[in-house]
Design a protein around this ligand. Structure first.
Ligand code: HEM
Ligand code: HEM
Length: 182
């Protein structure tokens, strides 16, 4: 039987908030990677600085939305059970936990790097507190970790998306459908 769409998650499927925020995060990450990759192609100058600035804003939006999303998840007491054998359910849970952690750690490292370079971080005109003082050594550690963790996030996304498509195309179960249509 078709269930009426709900805002909150329930036993049968994901609610509208979880679904909208999931796909919004996908779009924001796409934009964040595209912007930072475009930096290498742009000549040094205002366009490049603007691409980095937009990359920071998009990354901070990912962080903000993820914090709200964690809160929303904690508030949603009911969630649909994962589909599949217990071993694969466990693997999906582990990948999702690593995705959650990366969505928080990657932007925080970018923020810390910017502070360690001696710049403050603005989100939509609001000056955010500094996570760290200006320090050249720390800035090198932070950017290396930011980059490494961002590529680790990309690998996790690949595994996660491949698993979702496997469910949809090969196993033909409702896993992808309920993240799309609830
Ligand atoms: C989930 C969010 C984010 C992702 C996936 C991400 C990803 C990346 C990647 C892949 C690079 C390295 C590009 C390369 O040279 O290969 C990078 C560089 C950088 N990121 Fe982020 N980032 C995120 C959030 C942030 C945030 C929140 C800030 C700052 C507030 C930030 C600031 C920077 C800066 C300043 C660079 C160096 C850009 C340059 O000068 O070339 N990032 N980011
Ligand atoms: C691009 C970055 C992505 C991130 C950061 C991400 C993150 C997540 C997270 C954290 C969850 C758990 C949601 C929750 O428990 O509330 C989730 C669930 C899910 N995602 Fe993604 N996802 C991404 C891309 C994708 C793509 C491209 C697909 C499809 C091809 C997809 C399909 C799904 C599905 C089907 C679920 C539900 C899994 C289940 O029932 O356990 N995701 N995703």
């Amino acid at each position: 039987m078709m269930q009426a769409p709900t805002l909150r998650d329930n036993d049968a499927g994901f609610g509208a908030v979880t679904r909208v925020v999931h796909w919004l995060t996908v779009l924001m990450l796409l934009a964040g990677f595209a912007l930072v990759w475009s930096v290498g192609w742009l000549p040094a100058g205002p366009d490049r600085a603007q691409a980095v600035g937009l990359h920071r804003t998009v990354g901070l939006l990912v962080l903000s939305v993820t914090l709200l999303r964690v809160l929303w998840r904690l508030l949603s007491r009911r969630r649909p059970a994962r589909i599949g054998s217990s071993r694969w359910r466990w693997a999906a849970g582990a990948v999702q936990a690593a995705l959650w952690a990366s969505l928080l750690v990657v932007p925080l490292l970018g923020w810390a790097y910017t502070n360690a370079r001696g710049h403050s971080v603005l989100l939509l005109g609001i000056r955010l507190p500094s996570l760290i003082f200006k320090d050249q050594y720390f800035s090198r550690v932070a950017i290396a970790s930011h980059e490494f963790m961002a590529y680790a996030l990309l690998v996790l996304i690949g595994v996660h998306a491949a698993a979702a498509l496997w469910h949809h195309v090969v196993l033909q179960d409702a896993t992808l459908k309920r993240m799309w249509r609830g």
